[in-house]
Design a protein around this ligand. Structure first.
Ligand SMILES: [Zn+2]
Length: 232
């Protein structure tokens, strides 16, 4: 037997040399896979992974970001935005980058996460359009927590799945448009951006229509008060 390289290896050697060899005549060899004191029926990779992986405390926002039927690209962007890790101009300036921190969508306020996605006039146009589509009073989020709280509530016309789907699509579209202005100097009016969001939502809902939580969403998303209130 090789020289033990650790205290554990040494203890194992001591244990192995101290036990008597099993005899086939007494009992046939068998093995058991034991996880947290419980013997499993055979090997289970999922149970083993669950025990080995590091676990963090459950966070209150995870269902608002990750949910069945989410568009992966939008959910990932929402996750980064929720952690306030997107490289907004305010964050870049805080890192010491020599940059004008004014928002390119309104040219008025500093570009922070909450301004860009919630309180910028450009974003407000989009949220107003969403409000009309969901037959809700004008949506006004003062901060990120209010948006997350909105995705957790529901009413008969806008279930949580629709709210989360819409919120993630809006945040992704606004971030994409912000990058289009900053990097490519391509400006489009918010009405055109809302049409893109609308199209993506219709396509996503159609593609997921066999899922139980998506069955009634198309009718709810298409609901309009009247043509004159919402001619889009
Ligand atoms: Zn702005």
């Amino acid at each position: 037997m090789a020289d033990p390289r650790s205290e554990q290896a040494l203890n194992l050697q001591i244990h192995l040399t101290a036990i008597t060899n099993p005899y086939e005549a007494i009992e046939e060899d068998s093995y058991a896979w034991v996880i947290e004191g419980k013997s499993c029926e055979g090997y289970s990779s999922s149970k083993t992974w669950s025990v080995l992986r590091p676990r963090a405390e459950e966070v209150s926002w995870h269902r608002s970001v990750w949910f069945k039927g989410a568009i992966p690209r939008n959910a990932f962007n929402m996750w980064i935005a929720n952690l306030d890790r997107l490289p907004t101009k305010t964050r870049l300036a805080n890192w010491g980058v020599n940059i004008n921190p004014i928002c390119d969508l309104c040219n008025t306020n500093q570009e922070s996460r909450d301004h860009l996605f919630l309180t910028c006039d450009y974003a407000l146009y989009i949220w107003n359009a969403v409000s009309r589509r969901l037959s809700l009073p004008g949506l006004r989020f003062q901060n990120w927590m209010e948006l997350i709280a909105w995705t957790k509530t529901k009413n008969i016309r806008s279930p949580t799945t629709l709210r989360k789907l819409v919120a993630e699509a809006v945040i992704y579209a606004l971030w994409k448009q912000r990058n289009n202005v900053v990097h490519n100097q391509v400006h489009i009016p918010p009405s055109v951006l809302f049409k893109d969001i609308d199209r993506e939502l219709k396509n996503s809902i159609t593609a997921r229509s066999i899922k139980k939580s998506f069955k009634s969403l198309m009718a709810r998303w298409l609901r309009r008060n009247c043509f004159f209130c919402d001619p889009s």
